[in-house]
Design a protein. Sequence first.
Length: 148
Amino acid sequence: MIYCDTSYLVRLYLDEPGADVVRELCCRNEVASSVHAKAEVPAALHRSWREGRTRSDGFPELIAQFQTDLASGGIHWLSLIDSLLDGMVEHFASMPQSIYLRAADALHLACAAEHGFQEVYSNDRHFLTAAPLFGLKGINIIGKENPQ
């Protein structure tokens, strides 16, 4: 099983750079992600529509596909337990000043670590830079010929 952040999950729905290799990776593996991505993915789909990167008539289809995928259980949604959330203060307190990390990405990293993952997949450079602070190896297959 692999852990994917929202930047990879969105590529299952949008034809963004790297979508083909991400889809191939996700088809070959069981995929897990934090439960909060259930809100992040439709928000990203809506943003794409709002910014005109998705056809108006295509947006309802994307949302319907995401709802179908939610119902089918194709992604293992991992819980955010209270101890994980309580520990976020300590994670941020110990980070170097130079680290830029959004709260949602920190939740992904903490969730992956809490659930025993060693690696996380993303193409977000800030996410990948912060991954080792959570004991994780960040992997980005976008732009590489042979996805893992």
